[in-house]
Design a binder for this molecule. Structure first.
Ligand code: UTP
Length: 291
């Protein structure tokens, strides 16, 4: 029986230490790419892929994320009275409908695996999408939508992967590539932050997953790894013993917005591609680069 992917999990409980002091009081997921918070872009991507329920795993100091997806009566009323209908529309257009969002808290930042595990009751016994919002993926169609097409064929666990230079593999989770299956391929192994010599490929796990609910008991069974954190990759490696995993080298460009350089690059790329600002921004940049 085909099981549709209706729910997406967004882990947003990380401390964002690479972005201090900005992230002292503001969640890194609320930093903006042009005029949209990073978390909004991830929700947009999920919605485009057909997701109906958005589950956020938050932590302390992350309240503004919940506010962002709520109604803002005072602001809406002021905009209405001032006749700023375009702005009002922008504010309300993408608001999830009542009951479409859930928020749960990871009380301590014990790692990505643990954050995902915190969503187990909200996900229940069905496959789900997992999006790391600070990995902004510029793609048309969106990365998750591309993955959904593979899921229609495989009904398996799916990981979005991308190629990086070999000298960078030690910073990421890396997959081993098996047989090609159309656009996707079988994943035969995974390793977290390998040395270059030990890496099975230069294809890295890039922040988008479709996972079967059997991942939850695998996370629960796990001992904390490096830095006391419960790693998602370790649980996926265990699940690979009983459930197939496929990789998709998606079409698009990833920017790690939890990293200052990645965040700057995301803003430049999105600014240049912006339908209203793009041309002027290009002129401005050209001038700056010449000057
Ligand atoms: P990161 O390692 O990028 O997040 O985790 P971080 O810990 O906030 O970043 P730095 O290294 O301190 O700057 C990847 C994703 O997993 C979430 C983060 O919010 C991010 O979306 N995460 C990580 C959690 O939700 N809980 C955790 O315990 C760790």
């Amino acid at each position: 029986m085909k099981r549709p992917i209706r729910k997406a999990v967004f882990p947003v409980a990380g401390l964002g230490t690479r972005f201090l002091p900005a992230t002292k009081a503001i969640p890194k997921e609320m930093l903006t790419i042009v005029d949209r918070p990073v978390i909004q872009l991830a929700v947009d991507e999920a919605r485009e892929a057909g997701i109906e329920h958005f589950i956020f795993v938050t932590g302390r100091n992350k309240g503004t994320i919940e506010d962002h997806f709520d109604k803002q009566y005072e602001l809406e009323d002021t905009l209405r009275r001032r006749g700023k209908l375009k702005e009002l529309e922008a504010l309300t257009r993408e608001l999830p409908q009542a009951g479409q969002t859930s928020f749960t808290r990871q009380q301590e930042p014990l790692g990505l695996g643990h954050a995902v595990w915190c969503a187990r009751e909200l996900v229940g016994n069905e496959p789900f999408a997992l999006l790391l919002p600070d990995m902004f993926i510029h793609a048309t169609p969106g990365c998750l939508k591309q993955m959904m097409e593979v899921y229609q064929e495989t009904q398996s666990n799916i990981i979005a992967v991308e190629e990086v230079p070999w000298e960078d593999v030690h910073r990421y989770g890396v997959v081993a590539k098996g047989a090609q299956m159309g656009n996707a391929f079988e994943i035969t192994g995974m390793v977290e932050k390998p040395k270059r010599e030990a890496a099975p490929s230069n294809l890295i796990i890039s922040g988008r997953y479709i996972l079967q609910p059997e991942i939850f008991p695998e996370i629960a069974a796990q001992e904390p790894g490096a830095g006391g954190e419960i790693q998602l990759t370790d649980a996926m490696i265990r699940l690979m013993g009983s459930k197939p995993f496929h990789g998709l080298k998606f079409q698009g460009q990833t920017y790690d917005c939890g990293d200052k350089l990645g965040f700057l690059a995301a803003n430049v790329a999105s600014g240049l591609a912006h339908p209203e600002l793009g041309a002027k921004f290009r002129q401005l940049l050209d001038g700056m680069l010449k000057g």
